[in-house]
Design a protein around this ligand. Structure first.
Ligand code: NAD
Ligand code: WQD
Length: 335
């Protein structure tokens, strides 16, 4: 079985990807410093996949732990999830974000060069598009000036990867630009674990339904959208996980010095109010919510054109928004 290092593999998207890697015939080697996740995720993962997993607790900025992993395992590729992702915090603490998100990529690329590991899949984000002028966004839609240091780290990391490929080290890279990941593993054993008050919509929805939050505020209903609330492209985390497995398998067939970027979204735009309505319907619940003022800096509407990933990687999402809302609630109930 080909071994794949997953940095940030105890986190939300990384843990689901570990499951899909095993289903796809790879062996994940997880490296995570647990700065935004819990060690018990590993046990949960092992229950799902029915076998022991290889886990290193450590910082991806630390070349020594990478060297140790390199000595102990022959790695066929890397998926780099490890990063800080709180947009608001990144504005208050930009250096923390630049240091971890960019620094960890640099350390990892040096390690790959040294170990002659060719393939890397990088976690990028639709945040690089800002508010696009035309919808849906394709991969050639121009990137906008980043609205936050977090968003800028994703742009800079994409640029670093492009430059590294251009320098002809024999590396093969796919950057996946995720839209809004939601949902959880259908077992309810793993899912998103937000620390403190969630700033993302779906964790706030599920915590409100669970009575942890009193009510959800919808940030604005007077935008130029079908019902006035913002539009996003919500993608089930298991479909997102599957995109990583397809990306890795595809890279194996590519020539050296390869770089490509793909949108990973459902290809549909849904409003915030549609998300609430779907959540209520599929789970037979009423959600306590109110309409509030707009959230400063919010993108009004964005959704992905997914033709490229459909055609090139043969990937398409298998789960609907209703599936996501069912699985997110199932996960919340298990907590
Ligand atoms: P997450 O916080 O759940 O997972 C990230 C994991 O990385 C955490 O377990 C954390 O402990 C770990 N980590 C952070 N810095 C580390 C370091 N230096 N060394 C080792 N481990 C480290 O986040 P997620 O939602 O799973 O996101 C994964 C990736 O996808 C991130 O790069 C994020 O920026 C990107 N992304 C996320 C979203 C989203 O909405 N969730 C959207 C687009 C892109
Ligand atoms: C979605 C919609 C809110 C909470 C963020 C990051 C972005 C990317 C994904 C990583 C918006 C509305 C939310 C609430 C609400 N991450 N909302 N009430 O804004 O698309 O993007 O996560 O790369 O970089 O900025 O996601 O979940 O915060 O918001 O009405 O309590 O839900 O206004 O329209 P967003 P989100």
């Amino acid at each position: 079985m080909k071994k794949i290092l997953i940095t940030g593999g105890a986190g939300y998207i990384g843990s689901h990807t570990a499951v899909e890697l095993i289903n796809g015939g790879f062996e994940p080697i997880i490296l995570d410093d647990l700065s935004n996740s819990e060690e018990k995720v590993l046990g949960r993962l092992e229950e799902i996949v029915g076998k022991k997993l290889i886990f290193y607790k450590g910082d991806c900025n630390d070349p020594a732990i990478l060297d140790q992993i390199g000595k102990e395992h022959e790695l066929a590729g890397v998926i780099h999830f490890a990063a800080y992702k709180a947009v608001g915090e990144s504005t208050a603490l930009p250096l923390k974000y630049y240091k971890n998100n960019i620094g960890s990529l640099l350390v990892l690329l040096e390690f790959m060069q040294k170990q002659e590991i060719k393939d890397i899949v990088f976690s990028s984000s639709c945040t690089v598009y800002g508010q696009p002028d035309h919808l849906p966004v394709t991969e050639s839609t121009p990137r906008k000036e980043a609205e936050s240091p977090y968003g800028n780290t994703k742009k800079v990391c994409e640029d670093i990867l492009v430059d590294f490929v251009k320098s002809k080290q024999g590396i093969r890279v796919i950057s996946l630009r995720y839209f809004n990941p939601v949902g959880a593993h259908p077992s309810g054993k793993i899912g998103e674990l937000p620390l403190g008050t969630p700033s993302n919509l779906v964790p706030f929805v599920t915590q409100t339904a669970a009575g942890i939050r009193e009510k959800l505020t919808v940030f604005g209903d007077d935008y130029d959208t079908p019902d006035g609330s913002c539009v996003r492209d919500f993608i089930h985390v298991m479909d997102l996980a599957d995109a990583h497995v397809k990306a890795l398998s595809f890279l194996e067939s590519k020539e050296d010095d390869y770089y490509e970027v793909f949108n990973v979204g459902s290809g549909n735009g849904n409003t915030v109010l549609e998300v609430i309505e779907t959540f209520e319907k599929v789970n037979g619940l009423k959600l306590n919510y109110q309409i509030g003022p707009r959230r400063p800096g919010d993108v009004v509407k964005i959704w992905a054109d997914t033709k490229k990933i459909n055609q090139v990687l043969g990937w398409s999402p298998q789960n609907s928004l209703a599936d996501s809302m069912r699985d997110s609630w199932n996960w919340q109930k298990s907590l």
